[in-house]
Structures are given as C-alpha cells and as structure tokens.
Design a protein. Structure first.
Length: 109
C-alpha cells in the first residue's frame, strides 16, 4: 500500500522558496490525499483498513480500479461514511480470491 507524494511543509516554515515549491506541487496535482491499496484476496476477508494520514470523519473517499479483477468487483466495493475516521478508512468488499484487486484511492475533505 502506498500513499501520496510526500508533500510536507512545516507550519512555521519561513522560507518563501519552500512555501512556493509546496504550492507549485499542489497546483501540479501532487497531494498526500491519494494512495494505492490492494484488497486481501484470501477468500475470507470482506474489509480492508487503509491508513490515510489526511482522512477525517468528514472526508469523502473515492476508489478507482487499476486492474481487471478490481474492475470486476467494483460494484461490491465501497467505503461507508461511518467507516471514515481520523487517519484511516475501511473498504468493504465481497470475498475475493484474486490477489490483484488493486485500487487508486483519493480521500478529500
């Protein structure tokens, strides 16, 4: 499982070049609110907890399949709003034995 591009700037940063660099990276589409997750394909699991540093209870999580097997299970794969909490969210899915059900995720808000 991977997460965003690692953007970070200290709240007390005084260097305008570092500040501008962080802003430029955001404009170019880089963000710490994204990642990749693969569902557990053991034929038993029906959920997957995903650490997401920027998540909060008011965030919205979006999943995008990146493999054919992920696309095949997308209709039974979702994140309930109640399963989005501080620094993580839980994906609910049907049992699968495929080890390559991989999704991009975005957690906004």
């Amino acid at each position: 499982m991977t997460t965003g591009s690692g953007l970070y700037i200290s709240p007390v940063e005084q260097d305008p070049i570092r500040q501008n660099n962080a802003i430029r990276q955001l404009i170019e589409g880089r963000s710490n609110a994204v990642g990749i997750v693969t569902l557990t394909g053991n034929g038993v699991a029906t959920s997957k907890v995903v650490p997401a540093q920027n998540c909060s209870p008011s965030s919205a999580v979006f999943l995008f399949p990146t493999t054919a097997h992920a696309a095949a299970v997308v209709t039974t794969t979702y994140v309930q709003p109640s399963n989005v909490i501080a620094k993580q969210f839980t994906i609910t899915h049907a049992v699968t034995s495929f080890g390559d059900c991989t999704f991009f995720w975005v957690c906004l808000g």
